[in-house]
Design a binder for this molecule. Sequence first.
Ligand code: IMP
Ligand code: MG
Length: 191
Amino acid sequence: MRDSFEPTMDRAVKEVLYTREEIARKVQELGERITKDTNEVEDLLVVGILKGAVPFLADLVRAMPRPVQLDFMAVSSYGNATSSSGEVRILKDLDRSVEGRDVLIVEDIIDTGITLSYLVELFMRRGARSVKIATLLSKPSRRERPVDVNYIGFEIEDLFVVGYGLDYAGDYRNLPYIGTLREEVYSTSKE
Ligand code: IMP
Ligand code: MG
């Protein structure tokens, strides 16, 4: 029986930044904080941003012993590594209205802040009662739009990371830890 991802996926990883155990501890801690902070909120809507937030969201809501409802959105932001136009396109919208709801957006990583600043404004415009954000990772040095982030797992430098939901060209989302990739991976990419 295989006891790890070796050798097929681990071979692409340069450095592990956060192990499975470190992530689990952090997610537990965030879940407990959010649960305490929302004890007056009857009706909490947790909105996951597809696809990167899926592993984090799945673990986070199970660390929140309170009633929640789930919904999902998929967005893509225009622009590339060197220039961000700041436009966000909705690929999949929520199934239900956020009007009058207390919303917790769950995201894998906040980079420029373009995606989250857009979503917070969108949900407020749609009449949400409150909008809070939980992100597993944040790169504060990359911020182009101010975002009020309520819950942050780890703050990292300007590094490209994969695993636990985060991808490179669609791959590595199922690594159970977060790490950086070897340079060779980028030069032999499919994209
Ligand atoms: P923002 O709008 O620039 O904050 O974009 C955040 C999105 O960029 C995340 O949801 C990820 O999809 C992607 N992203 C930013 N940094 C990384 C990274 O280091 N690894 C993988 N995806 C990233
Ligand atoms: Mg994403």
